[in-house]
Design a binder for this molecule. Structure first.
Ligand code: ZN
Length: 135
């Protein structure tokens, strides 16, 4: 088995934001020269996440963020964590910080409307995403 790892840099501009990183993940797969296998996409942050959802209509990530913000307010009586970003930690755990993707003949095997998103919950920041290719 071949294993290749690369780090993608992601600059976020808003406190809550979903950034489509599908093309960057595909680029790591293409550069690896590995024909088929899996790509493990992880973010090493406790206030961000990785998810797969629709990247055709920008209203979809908007509505996901709107729903998360309604469910998990930034200010809430009872939060103890003194950095003021408890909501971001909760969102990170709910969304998760990784996805496992299959690729075949050098191409990500995603549904027609699916894309890979980096989810920022405590921006703006400079973030990292690790992509490990196994094949
Ligand atoms: Zn914190």
């Amino acid at each position: 088995m071949n294993i290749i790892e690369e780090t993608i840099s992601v600059k976020t501009h808003n406190r809550n934001e979903m950034i489509d990183i599908t093309s960057q993940v595909q680029s790591v797969i293409s550069k690896s020269g590995i024909d088929s296998g899996i790509a493990v996409v992880t973010c090493p942050h406790t206030t961000a996440g990785i998810t797969i959802n629709e990247n055709a209509d920008p209203d979809v990530p908007h509505d996901i963020l709107l729903t998360l913000e309604a469910m998990i307010p930034q200010l809430r009586k009872g939060y103890r964590h003194n950095e003021g970003n408890s909501d971001a930690h909760v969102k990170s755990s709910l969304v998760g910080c990784s996805e496992i993707l299959c690729f075949l003949n050098g191409k990500l095997h995603l549904g027609t409307w699916q894309g890979v998103f980096f989810c920022e919950f405590d921006g703006s920041r400079n973030r990292k995403v690790n992509v490990r290719i196994l094949g």
